[in-house]
Design a protein around this ligand. Sequence first.
Ligand SMILES: Cc1cc2nc3c(=O)[nH]c(=O)nc-3n(C[C@H](O)[C@H](O)[C@H](O)COP(=O)(O)O)c2cc1C
Length: 337
Amino acid sequence: MEGLLDFVLRDILTRVGGIDRCVSEFIRITDQLLPERVFTRIVPELHTGGRTLAGVPVRAQLLGSDPVCLAENAARLAGLGPAGIDLNFGCPAAVVNRHGGGAALLNAPETIHAIVSAVRRAVPAQMPVSAKMRLGYSDDSRAVECALAIAGGGADELVVHARTKAQAYKPPAYWERIADIRAVVHIPVVANGEIWTVDDAHRCREASGCDMLMIGRGAVVDPGLGLAIKADMAGVGQAGITWPQLVPLLADFWHIVCTRLDARSRAGRLKQWLNFLRRRFPEAQTAYQLLKTINDPALIDEWLAGVVRAWLVARLRSGLTPQPSSLLTPAPVVEAA
Ligand SMILES: Cc1cc2nc3c(=O)[nH]c(=O)nc-3n(C[C@H](O)[C@H](O)[C@H](O)COP(=O)(O)O)c2cc1C
């Protein structure tokens, strides 16, 4: 997710478990063959076999409207070894749509078909090519046509964000429209949109008929959501992650942010995540309130050291040996956007 769920958060969230596959933020293709460094900057997992450090495969996402240029870039990207290539037919951003990319293509299923076919031909047969679409641009009347264009172009998998571009991010998501798509396309379909809880996942699976779900913001709000959904699907009771389990991950997140991002954006990144986490964890709400006006990384270091110290003391008191963030055992299909 552009500007939110980047390689840093992918690294952290996939350590928790419950996520089988990730898709990178989009890489925008206009009229140039991008240098390899652009792909590896956005998807550093290309340096580690196309997987996060926890071993979860990452597909690299391309966004554009020119089949030939997309195919040339896909071929170069494929040479870097991603776990697959995903195509974006859903981005609602005005700047992207103005140039005919993202959700704007939902008005042109023939171009979608040309893009998918060209990319499919350009990358090795064994490399998965998937696509992500919304239900339409202004309305959902061409949803099935677009899905057929994607499947007919040779995509291996289709993710459907069950809303139109016009519906933006406004709830609800129309999961039942995914069932209409599933009825006609003969490739695996993944349901996406408004899955925040195990109950949402349950209802989404029922309405869409999909076994595979993609969670976006829900995983940022609750990093244990994938684990919890899987435990529910397997009928093995409750799972998830608690605030004390999240503390070392927060510390790791901050550490990676400080080593990989420029000084000006560090505090903002932590606060951005806390802003999502506070919807689920009261402790994150307290932290957010405390830090919201702080931008000095040294002060954040100090705050985090206090949180980690309290976490260590609590663990020692309860007779548990403090461990780094590998607190959870990954369980066995949930994708993160
Ligand atoms: C900040 C933000 C950035 C996003 N960036 C992308 C992106 O780069 N590629 C993409 O396919 N979808 C992107 N999305 C859409 C999400 O992947 C997802 O389809 C949408 O948020 C609905 O799922 P959710 O309710 O689980 O979040 C983005 C969404 C948000 C909120």
